[in-house]
Ligand binder design. Structure first.
Ligand code: ADP
Ligand code: MG
Length: 281
């Protein structure tokens, strides 16, 4: 999820992933609780065993002493040894306690998700119910923040003015690194212009809500992230109510349907993290 964070934003599917994460954490917590209960039972049992052992041991020493079979000094040595004997059964309890600490990991995941120190994305309140598709760049300046202190920010776009009318097909052409992807990132509001504005149907996107922006924009990137889930689940990220018929028809259009049927579990095949099981295309 961390690796694919940009795609999660672009697909407007944060909720899907947070729900999934919450389920995983809930499940882990239940297992953790079970482990804790088990370890408590072992601790009680091992304490009882060691108490009984201790009493027996002292009784034997006392008996030997009273019959004069051993010297007092021997009794002291044996007494010290008995502490080691007790140690073994206590160790089992300690070991289970150690396993319990694994549960701390889920706490750390929560910390990451809820951390207030990370910059949160901000969106406006306005909705466009019938976005026609008109996109405009108005005097847009944009620079990426420098990755190191003291470094100069990389100015990428300077005074970009461009109006794309609804239904128009537009291609940005330019040498590598000139800012084509950056311009698309501004339309998806992954970044905000330093000055100027991006407008949808004449409305500055900084005033628009998240669903209006991300729900209306589909990005097919150079290297789309494929999540470690079934093919079906990956496809449903964009459209949760996608029917099986729609899915098959879309995959036929993309000439991948037959290939998917050749996978061990068809559409339910789990594809590896980053789509390692699939070819780039
Ligand atoms: N996340 C980023 N942080 C800092 N600099 C970036 C980032 N992404 C791209 N750049 C820089 O911004 C410039 C434009 O990049 P990009 O828009 O990806 O170019 P293009 O898509 O036209 O090849 C490049 O110099 C690139 O190194
Ligand atoms: Mg690019």
């Amino acid at each position: 999820m961390v690796h694919g964070n940009k795609d999660i934003k672009l697909l407007n599917s944060e909720k899907h992933f947070i729900d999934k994460l919450e389920n995983i954490i809930k499940e882990t917590n239940q297992k953790h609780l079970h482990l804790w209960n088990t370890s408590q039972n072992y601790t009680i049992l091992s304490n009882q065993i060691s108490n009984i052992l201790e009493v027996c041991f002292y009784l034997v020493i006392a008996l030997y002493l009273s019959f004069g079979s051993i010297e007092t000094t021997d009794a002291v040595v044996l007494f010290n040894y008995s502490l080691n004997l007790v140690g073994v059964s206590v160790f089992i309890g300690d070991f289970l306690n150690y396993i319990k600490s694994i549960g701390l990991s889920s706490e750390r995941v929560y910390q990451l998700v809820n951390d207030r120190e990370f910059t949160r994305e901000e969106f406006g309140e306005k909705r466009l119910d019938n976005f026609s598709g008109e996109v405009e760049f108005r005097d847009v300046d944009f620079a990426y923040a420098p990755s190191e202190i003291g470094q100069k920010p990389t100015q990428v776009l300077k005074g970009l003015n461009l109006k794309i009318h609804a239904g128009e097909t537009v291609a940005f052409v330019g040498k590598s690194g000139c800012g084509k992807t950056t311009a698309l990132n501004l339309i998806s509001k992954l970044y905000t212009p330093n000055s100027g504005a991006v407008l949808f149907d004449g409305v500055d996107i900084s005033e628009l809500d998240k669903d209006t922006i991300r729900g209306n924009i589909s990005v097919v990137s150079q290297s789309p992230y494929v999540f470690n889930m079934s093919i079906k689940e990956n496809l449903r990220l964009i459209k949760p109510d996608l029917t099986d018929e729609e899915m098959v028809s879309l995959c036929r259009d993309a000439c991948i349907h037959d290939e998917i049927l050749n996978f061990p579990q068809g559409y339910d095949t789990i594809v590896g993290e980053g789509g390692t099981m699939l070819s780039g295309g």
